[in-house]
Write a protein that binds this ligand. Structure first.
Ligand SMILES: *[C@@H]1O[C@H](CO)[C@@H](O)[C@H](O)[C@H]1NC(C)=O
Ligand SMILES: *[C@@H]1O[C@H](CO)[C@@H](O)[C@H](O)[C@H]1NC(C)=O
Ligand SMILES: [Cu+2]
Length: 232
C-alpha cells in the first residue's frame, strides 16, 4: 500500500513535469520568446491536454486566456517551426494546420472559426506490419516545416497539435497538445490550399488513428488523423 501510493505520487509528479506546450514560433532559425507570436494557451501552467473533440479548445486552447499575440512576418517558401517548452514527451503523432484570415479582420482578432484549416505538415507513426510501432515526434524539442511558396500572401493562424496516444485505447483517451500562432505570409503565390476542415469538427474521436491501442496487439498499420497535407 505504502509502495503503491509512493509510486502513484511519483507517476503523477512525473507526468505534471513532463507535459509540454508549444509557446514559441521559430522564424529564420530564431526561437521567439514564449507566447510572443503564439497565443497563450489555457494550459500554460498545468500543461494538460484537450481530450474532448467537441470542445472549442480543440481549436486554439485559449477559452480561458482569450489570448492574442503579435503577428510575425514570414516569407512564403521559408522554414518555420514551433518550439516546445521542453520536449514532446508522449508517444503520438503531430499535425500542423494553417487557416487564412478572412478579409476585414486580422490574425490578432480572428477566432479561426469555420471550414478554413488546411494541413501543412505531419509526423505520423512508423509501422511494419505488426512487429513494431514507433513515434518519431516523441522526444522532439521542436518541429519545423516549409511554408509552400505558392501559399497566398496574407495573414494566417497556424495551429500545431501533438496527439499523445499512450492512453488512446478507450474513447476520449487521446491527449491533444495544441497551440495557435499568428503569421503574416509575404511574397506568396496563387495556390489554393486544401482540403479544408474545421476545429472542432475535423475529428470525432473514433478515427482509427485517435481511438487506438498502440501496445497490444501492435498495430500493423497507422492512419494519420485529418486530411492530406497541402504541399503547394
Ligand atoms: C512586419 O512587417 C511590417 C512591414 O514591413 C512591419 O511594419 C511590421 O512591424 C512587421 N512586424 C513585426 C512583428 O516585426
Ligand atoms: C504583412 O506584410 C505586409 C507586407 O510587408 C505589410 O504591409 C503588412 O503591414 C504586414 N501585416 C502585419 C500584420 O504585419
Ligand atoms: Cu501525460
Amino acid at each position: 500500500m505504502k509502495f503503491a501510493s509512493a509510486l502513484a505520487a511519483f507517476t503523477f509528479a512525473g507526468q505534471a513535469l513532463a507535459h509540454y506546450t508549444f509557446p514559441s514560433l521559430i522564424i529564420n532559425g530564431a526561437t521567439q520568446p514564449a507566447w510572443q507570436s503564439v497565443r497563450r494557451t489555457n494550459n500554460y501552467q498545468s500543461r494538460g491536454p484537450v481530450t474532448d473533440m467537441k470542445s472549442i479548445d480543440l481549436r486554439c486552447y485559449t477559452s480561458q486566456t482569450n489570448a492574442k499575440a503579435t503577428t510575425a512576418n514570414v516569407t512564403a517558401g521559408s522554414t518555420i517551426g514551433f518550439a516546445t517548452d521542453g520536449t514532446i514527451y508522449h508517444p503520438g503523432v503531430l499535425n500542423i494546420y494553417m487557416a487564412k484570415v478572412p478579409g476585414g479582420t486580422t490574425a490578432a482578432n480572428w477566432d479561426g472559426s469555420g471550414n478554413v484549416w488546411f494541413k501543412v505538415h505531419q509526423i505520423s507513426a512508423t509501422t511494419n506490419g505488426g512487429s513494431s510501432i514507433s513515434f518519431p515526434s516523441d522526444g522532439m524539442p521542436s518541429v519545423s516545416f516549409t511554408i509552400p511558396k505558392s501559399t497566398p500572401t496574407g495573414e494566417y493562424l497556424i495551429r500545431v497539435e501533438h496527439i499523445a496516444l499512450h492512453s488512446a485505447g478507450s474513447f476520449g483517451g487521446a491527449q491533444f497538445y495544441i497551440a495557435c500562432g499568428q503569421v503574416n505570409v509575404t511574397g506568396g503565390g496563387s495556390g489554393s490550399p486544401g482540403p479544408l476542415v474545421s476545429f472542432p469538427g475535423a475529428y470525432t474521436g473514433n478515427e482509427p488513428g485517435i481511438l487506438i491501442n498502440i501496445y497490444y496487439p501492435i498495430p500493423a498499420t497507422y492512419t494519420q488523423p485529418g486530411p492530406a497535407v497541402w504541399r503547394g
